[in-house]
Design a protein around this ligand. Structure first.
Ligand SMILES: Cc1cc2nc3c(=O)[nH]c(=O)nc-3n(C[C@H](O)[C@H](O)[C@H](O)COP(=O)(O)OP(=O)(O)OC[C@H]3O[C@@H](n4cnc5c(N)ncnc54)[C@H](O)[C@@H]3O)c2cc1C
Length: 601
């Protein structure tokens, strides 16, 4: 199957949904221009299509290998990574002072989709490095920045995120890894971390571990966690690599998917302790780690977009070649007894259009989130920056959980379109489904993001951040009704209904937060889905309106975007009032769970 990075669709979404040209024209503090951005993204697409995507299948079958503490990545990964780093891709949004390109985060998210569409297993290494760069940039001392940042931005050294321990997954209160103060102002780490992505590998000279650990006498729970940097190789004062630190990989996991990405058990401090440096302040580690986690959450949401798109391209190609049954068009006389390509059957068309609509809707949501992050850090006024930060905080759990949910659904539909061949590994459709599955689990399982959305994000700015989002969707529905015309079908009506359902569910949630937390928590995941579904409809309608305007200037080829918005409104958005009803039913139907789930019943 030939996969191509969807550069044109990404550029369209950056323009029409996220408003990047307006952002760089008037709202962001910096020197960027659209032509440079478009050429960077096009080149990323070329690199990913030609150099990374062809490795995806062999990476799945060969996997990462472990022997005596040494991890070998699949054939081609180390070479492709070296070329990727040499081309400067590690520095897309990193500041120019550290040899980065200094481009908006939106561009970075566009590139993240491109790398992950080519190979999720490969792209995880840069994904975590970028998160580590963000945390260091914000909280690292001048000395740490001087020693580590440029090597990480250049891709010579990679980064990891070490949170999880056997007893501490979603709940980091239980982290036990111990840190001790050393006489020279550094620290020593002792403990075991599990599931550490690219904790050990052969693609870079050094690995920079960011580790959550607890100092003696620290308060219990997450308030007693500090963040430390512990490199694989200690760095000499002149920047060269010195002795091996007391940290090693004990084993790697055998997984359902992303076989090319090593998932490591890491042991810190088997003898004298892993030498480490504090990042930020003692006992304030979670705040620093949150910079990394938030970046990684949006990036993982983008993985959902990427894998949905890749599965869609593959299913589309298959559906044009596979012939079964005779469609209403009557077949074209080719193949056995004049059978039609399966793409001519309405049910297959529905499945393909659902996959495509999912990819476009989730992409739009991720782009809106990234645009808010850009405003939060580069907005021209304090007010703009504060509004950007609140919007990014609201949208991040939706971008992560909704996009990865759609990634799972799209890849599963992709298998279905392949029929029996979808279940056979050689076609590759099953790999997308297996690879996709982890994205809804790591970086906070999706259920945790529902809880985060409801408990922490809805109350932002006294509820105004969520209200503004609902109103922005209503504005889009109004614009479709005023300017869209018949080509949009019932888009405006369905989008208005969905916005109404979201508004009602939001009010119910906000009322429960004060009176009935159980009901709020019981509805958290369906509420997140309702929010994502409605926001995604808004994104597609916005793209449709922009496409229609272009068609008036002679770009008729863009009109398919109107049809996609119409399809989403007709076939997917009608679920919104049902989701509102699910939310409204609260916790009552769960109250008998002990009886229902009792053994033997
Ligand atoms: C391939 C892979 C790569 C990973 N990479 C990294 C990495 O690089 N660094 C790192 O630190 N970790 C990493 N992880 C760990 C990952 O982040 C955790 O697996 C994830 O956060 C879930 O934690 P858990 O597995 O302990 O599940 P649990 O916390 O045990 O959760 C199990 C289920 O219970 C639900 N649940 C738990 N608590 C609540 C609650 N309060 N409310 C509602 N539902 C709840 C969850 O949603 C989930 O469905 C990786 C994991 C895998 C499999």
């Amino acid at each position: 199957m030939t996969y191509r990075s969807p550069v044109a669709d990404i550029l369209f979404s950056l323009k029409a949904v996220a408003g990047l040209p307006e952002l760089i024209d008037g709202k962001l503090d910096g020197e960027f221009d659209w032509e440079t951005i478009a050429s960077v993204i096009s080149e990323a697409g070329r690199f990913a299509t030609e150099e990374i995507a062809p490795l995806n299948r062999t990476a799945d079958t060969a996997g990462a290998a472990y022997e005596n503490g040494v991890v070998t990545t699949p054939p081609g990964f180390a070479d492709a990574y070296r070329r990727w780093a040499e081309a400067g891709w590690g520095g897309v949004s990193a500041p120019a002072d550290f040899s980065g390109m200094g481009l908006p985060h939106l561009v970075n998210v566009a590139c993240t989709e491109i790398w992950n569409g080519a190979s999720m297993a490969f792209a995880l290494c840069p994904l975590l490095t970028e998160g580590a760069i963000g945390a260091l940039k914000t909280y690292g001392s001048r000395e740490l920045l001087g020693t580590y940042l440029e090597a990480m931005v250049s891709g010579r050294w990679t980064g990891t995120m070490n949170l999880t321990e056997p007893q501490a997954g979603s709940d980091l209160n239980a982290v036990r890894t111990r840190a001790e103060r050393a006489d020279d102002g550094t620290y020593r780490l002792f403990g075991q971390k599990i599931f550490i992505t690219y904790g050990e590998h052969d693609m870079a000279e050094n690995i920079v571990h960011l580790v959550l650990a607890r100092l003696p006498g620290a308060p219990a729970g997450t308030r007693g966690l500090s963040l430390f940097l512990a490199p694989k190789f200690l760095v000499n004062p002149d920047g060269t690599l010195g002795a091996r630190n007391d940290v090693r990989c004990a084993s790697i996991e055998h997984k359902l998917g992303i076989h090319g990405s090593p998932t490591c058990v890491m042991i810190f401090g088997e003898s004298q302790g892993a030498k480490a440096w504090l990042v930020g302040e003692e006992n304030r580690g979670l705040a620093a780690m949150f910079v990394m986690m938030n970046a990684a959450r949006l990036a993982v949401g983008t993985q959902g977009v990427a894998i949905a798109e890749r599965a869609y391209q593959q299913a589309l190609e298959f559906s044009r070649e596979r012939r079964q049954g005779r469609s209403a068009k009557g077949g074209d006389g080719k193949g056995e007894v004049g059978m039609s390509p399966i793409i001519e059957h309405p049910d297959v068309q529905r499945m393909l259009m659902t996959m495509k609509a999912y990819a476009h809707a989730a992409r739009g949501i991720c782009h809106l989130t990234a645009a808010s992050l850009d405003l939060a850090s580069h907005g021209r006024t304090e007010e703009e920056r504060a509004a950007g930060a609140n919007r990014a905080a609201l949208l991040t759990p939706i971008a992560k959980a909704f996009s990865t949910l759609l990634g799972d659904e799209a890849t599963s539909i992709g298998v279905q379109i392949h029929g029996g061949m979808g279940f056979i590994e050689e076609t590759g459709a099953a790999q997308h489904m297996r690879d996709s599955r982890i994205a809804a689990i790591y970086e906070g399982a999706n259920g945790i993001h529902g809880v985060d959305l409801v408990l922490r994000k809805l109350p932002l700015a006294g509820g105004a951040t969520a209200r503004n989002e609902v109103n922005a969707i209503r504005d889009v529905a109004r614009a479709v009704s005023e300017r869209g015309g018949p080509a949009f079908g019932a888009t405006s009506a369905r989008l208005s209904e969905a916005a109404e359902a979201l508004d009602q569910a939001t009010r119910a949630m906000q009322a429960w937060l004060a009176t009935d937390t159980e009901s709020a928590l019981a509805g958290a995941s369906p509420y997140l889905r309702l929010f994502g579904l409605t926001l995604g409809g808004g994104c597609l309608a916005k793209a449709g309106l922009a496409a229609q305007a272009l068609a008036r200037d002679g770009y008729d080829s863009e009109l398919a975007r109107v049809a996609l918005a119409r399809f989403y409104a007709a076939k997917l958005l009608p679920v919104a009032p049902g989701l509102n009803r699910i939310v409204a039913s609260g916790a009552a139907s769960l109250s008998a769970y002990e009886a229902v789930l009792a053994d033997g019943s």
